[in-house]
Design a binder for this molecule. Sequence first.
Ligand code: NOJ
Ligand code: CA
Length: 703
Amino acid sequence: MNKLLALACIVGFLISCSQETVTLSVTSPGKINTIDFHLSADGEPTYLVSHNEKVIIDASSMGFDFKDQKALKDNLKILSSEKKAVYKTWEMPWGEQKEVVNNYNELMIALEENSAPHRKINLYFRAYDDGIGFRYEFLPQQGVDSLVIMDENTEFQLTEDYTTWWIPGDWDIYEHLYNTTKLSEIDATTKRNNPNLAQTYIPENAVNTPVTMRGSDGIHLSFHEANLTDYAGMTLKVDTTSLKLTSELVGSDRLGHKVKRALPFKTPWRTIQIAEKATELIDSKLIVNLNEPNKIGDVSWFKPKKYVGIWWEMHIGKSTWDYAGSQDMNSFTTDAKPHGKHGATTENTKKYIDFAAENNITGVLVEGWNTGWEHWIGFEDREGVFDFVTPYPDYDLEELNQYAKDKGVEIIMHHETSAAPRTYEQQLDTAYQLMHKLGIHSVKTGYVGKIIPKGEYHHGQWMVNHYRKVLETGAKYQVAINAHEPIKATGIRRTYPNAIAREGLRGQEFNAWAADGGNPPEHLPIVAFTRMLAGPIDFTPGVFDIGLPSKEDNHISTTLAQQLALYVVVYSPVQMACDLPENYEGQPAFQFIRDVGVDWDQTVVLNGEVGDFVTIARKERETGNWFVGGITDENKREISLDFDFLDEGITYDAIIYKDAEDAHFKTNPTAIAIENMEINKETSLSIPMVEGGGFAISLIQKN
Ligand code: NOJ
Ligand code: CA
């Protein structure tokens, strides 16, 4: 049957095309991306994706292996198919932009096995102008209540040896440096022993998503998933010879499978963002669009915010989380005497609250306030250790909460679970009730270490469900979650807008203590086009004491101007000013952090290439002021900026924070030049960035 005939028989009718091969297609609204679905004569489904007529994904098969059933991969027939065209807009309660357009064409294909047990599966393909997504729906089966999936075999057959930016398909942690290699050169398993990580498990030559690629003609692809709900995270196994990726779900060694689900159910969406230029990847809203609308209602109790906190001082070794243990973060002991270096004291917290209140910062994170830190990392048995309601004796929770409130500041709660989610779940209600009572509306959670029980991994179905339970509990008690060592972002923030940010990458903390010295200058210019496509990042920018005098072997590989730029480039509705208050005193550059917005009406990606540089402009929701940030890798470069994105008829008082001529991330990182000027829509400027440098601009409307 040819394509036309196949199309003709789907328009609103039930068809039966079981004897012959069938192709059904769906094209994006702007006719840019097309998905062809093909069923071979023996009932084997494949799909193919093209972009402006060019094949991006060649015929690729789909299928599943189960525990108590035979594999599902062929012997299928089409029962029916249906097409729909959707154009909708929706509003982000907080975000990179206010209004999002969700415009796609969908093709649903209902399949059934030709012979017993006649299992049924529906496929949903959505073609967007900025990429594609597809998912599987398993329908009820006679006499079977649930399916045990041993693996999903979704293939992505690439058609060229792309330049690829990837991290290993670790089942526990995304905190790896990105590698830049040809697809055919990916070798994820040599990264097995990462000295910086308390947990890591890389069983295959696979990569984690988002994984981004660039083709010889400049096309960019990024593979990921959307709406990861009650399912295992997907890594992508790489066949370096045939240039094929295959889904490899994260498993549970404890339960001996990958996924168990009651029927019927839908899998997460498998997604490919497709762009002509790197910058369009950041513009794409494909991932959030493939999630369900907000289902927790009004979240105006959460206000996007800048925050400071008792945090960096522990990472650079000035103080400790624990009250009475040894002072080395890698070898805590249960020594019972207070050692006097505890960071989260009432007095120290007041210092941070005062500093926040004076500087237009509305949050203060306090880590190490609760008991349990004497028995944190390095211990096998971490069950029952952390207590999420009991402060150390030198921390007055109630007094500080009031002290902060009186100054217009909110404490950000901290829950380090030490990867013992069962202990955390036992205390969830009590811990969140406490926050509710205190009027605390956000918590940073953490999952450092190997998951207890043994045999579970951070990215498996069991943990995916744990992270969701925390979000649901948060919604119930009006608490927003910023998870560290999280499951990856898959656009769930649309459905649960209390999922405000997460880590899920090598954050700033690595610069303080990583055995390899820290993140190289190309790290963030890669992150902007990989990890950032998934969702908001709690990177914790803002180090001013860049030389890290107390840490001989570590350094920050950026200039000061780049640290400022990160507030705009790296999107999050919570942005930390992570350095110690004393390091900001008397620093003119700190004015940018005071001024910069955290919630945006609009975002414009001005330029960028993966791993090299990127410049982003964002318009603040309440004020209409604009902020621009640009960063470069280890190469210096000059950026031409046209301000034609600014609003018509408005003149802005601009402050430009740029690398001084003699700045350099290694030898002279803090040299910064600050200039004031008036800017409007007609202005254009050329801005130099030094090696590891950047720039930040605030554009405040003149009245
Ligand atoms: C790891 C987190 O990424 C870091 O931000 C936090 O300070 C520690 N865990 C302690 O919870
Ligand atoms: Ca971390």
